[in-house]
Design a protein around this ligand. Sequence first.
Ligand SMILES: *Cc1c(COP(=O)(O)O)cnc(C)c1O
Length: 231
Amino acid sequence: MTMQARLDRTLEMIERSLRDSGRVPSSVSLMAVSKTHSYKEILDLFGCSQTLFGENRVQEVEEKFPLDRPEGMKLHLIGHLQSNKVKKILPLVDSIDSVDSLKLAQRINNACLAQEIRMPILLQYNTSAESSKSGFESEDELYTALDAISEMQGLRVGGLMTIGPLVGGEKETRSAFALLRELQQTCTDRYPNLDFSTLSMGMSSDFPLAIQEGATMVRVGSLLFGERLYR
Ligand SMILES: *Cc1c(COP(=O)(O)O)cnc(C)c1O
């Protein structure tokens, strides 16, 4: 199957899920998760008009992407970020979608203030309480962080991100996504000066469910690029 055919298939599934749930067409953006895949494959997909890409490791971003990416190509970090790699990643990505602690937010903010930039971020929430996943673990922890983040001039909050349960069936997956949607509503009420419009949830195996539950961004890897080979 060509890259174009895989992209078309994915976009059609997104539109079908939007239609099935009575949502506005084209109201979900597709992030192509390119981890383990080559820059050549990324350029191939970019050539099919896919502009948004996601990577989960700082080192892989450094090694794989040239500093002068083509105009219009957007790259987000979607994996856990260690504090000591904050400075390194800032010039390389357009958004950090995996901010999972107040401490990390503070580190990013300080580095941004020093460089006089403002970094778009999403806050990652652990909606399934699986210990293998990072993310804020409770509403209290999230709100404590947001109380501080709302004063940080180096960050621009854009919404929330979660990874669906790795085990369990449709019911568990749905309720994890529904929880993020509810949190989005509460955050919007609590912090009227912040933007929570992005709800990044859903991967190859569960993005139709995420769209039914209100996702505005889905992160798709293997359905676009094929299976990942870890070396
Ligand atoms: C790898 C990854 C994805 C994509 O996973 P697929 O199952 O290949 O679609 C999405 N989100 C995050 C955070 C990831 O690390």
